[in-house]
Design a protein around this ligand. Structure first.
Ligand SMILES: Cc1cc2nc3c(=O)[nH]c(=O)nc-3n(C[C@H](O)[C@H](O)[C@H](O)COP(=O)(O)OP(=O)(O)OC[C@H]3O[C@@H](n4cnc5c(N)ncnc54)[C@H](O)[C@@H]3O)c2cc1C
Length: 239
């Protein structure tokens, strides 16, 4: 192991893999546990930066990848993550090789794509990479809200239920970058929604850009539009 790997391991938190399961075609559910998870400062919607590249590469850009906290339990000292492998990148290789009993190294939770309880209704939109993130937001809205979720993938088998087994969102089989189909779904939904809306869009950066523009044109303000590109074709390891 190189100097950088050793240094990074000392700077990062550490926890042990206690479970790893296949939950969909191209997606794993990972559960980690450790004393460093007993008292994390965590706001719903924050993510971890995980050291995925040690022992696998010397390329600094490939040392760390970003994954959302699907569920945090400070009493059990566990974090659940849902990790997709559509990319064939270093992160997907890391999760495929990771085994129960091994250590995982990660930053403190951070991020701005977090829960906002100020709306009357919510639209949650994305691909498989954003499902865990937006399930967690949905579960942690404090009052019962009108929530519609539109999630897509090439195949239904790539989309998975929430951690409690529920499936609160609508799933669609759509090819990559399906902006027009998503706008059609949004336009069917908006007339039935009342009060202030907030939209969260995560996943493919092209969809994020297009839907950001769409909602701006519809007169939504920046506090109502929450957009986070999780990946972009030909770019590696977006944060
Ligand atoms: C705030 C945030 C939270 C995130 N949370 C999660 C999460 O909970 N679960 C999760 O699986 N991912 C999540 N991601 C996305 C994840 O960090 C990226 O998919 C990352 O690129 C994966 O790294 P990699 O090494 O596997 O692929 P990379 O080496 O980064 O990319 C290799 C190639 O694959 C493409 N690619 C990357 N991801 C995808 C994808 N999902 N579908 C199709 N092509 C892809 C890239 O564009 C690139 O061309 C999150 C990203 C952000 C910014």
């Amino acid at each position: 192991m190189g100097i950088i790997d050793n240094l990074a391991k000392r700077l990062f938190n550490q926890a042990t893999v206690i479970s790893k399961k296949v939950i969909a075609k191209n997606a794993f559910h990972l559960k980690i546990q450790g004393d460093s998870l007993s008292n994390l400062q965590y706001i719903t919607g924050e993510h971890l930066r995980i050291l995925v590249g040690f022992n696998l590469t010397d390329n600094l850009k490939d040392k760390v990848r970003t994954y959302s906290i699907w569920h945090y339990d400070p009493i059990q000292r566990t974090i659940d993550l849902a990790i997709c492998t559509h990319s064939d990148g270093i992160g997907s290789r890391w999760i495929e090789q990771l085994e129960v009993g091994q250590e995982v190294y990660f930053s403190n939770p951070k991020g701005k794509f977090i829960v906002d309880n100020s709306a009357d209704y919510y639209l949650l939109i994305g691909d498989a990479s954003a499902l865990a993130h937006l399930y967690e937001i949905n579960r942690n809205l404090i009052a019962k809200k009108d929530v519609k979720g539109f999630f897509y993938s090439n195949h239904r088998s790539e989309l998975f239920n929430d951690i409690d087994g529920s499936q609160p969102f609508n799933f669609y089989e759509l090819s990559e970058n399906p902006v027009n189909q998503l706008i059609t779904l949004i336009e069917k939904t908006l007339p039935t929604s009342h009060g202030k809306g907030i939209v969260y869009v995560g996943g493919d950066g092209r969809v994020c850009v297009a839907l950001n523009q769409y909602f701006k044109q519809k007169g939504w303000n920046k506090h109502q539009i929450k957009v986070k590109p999780f990946w972009m074709p030909h770019k590696k390891g977006l944060e």
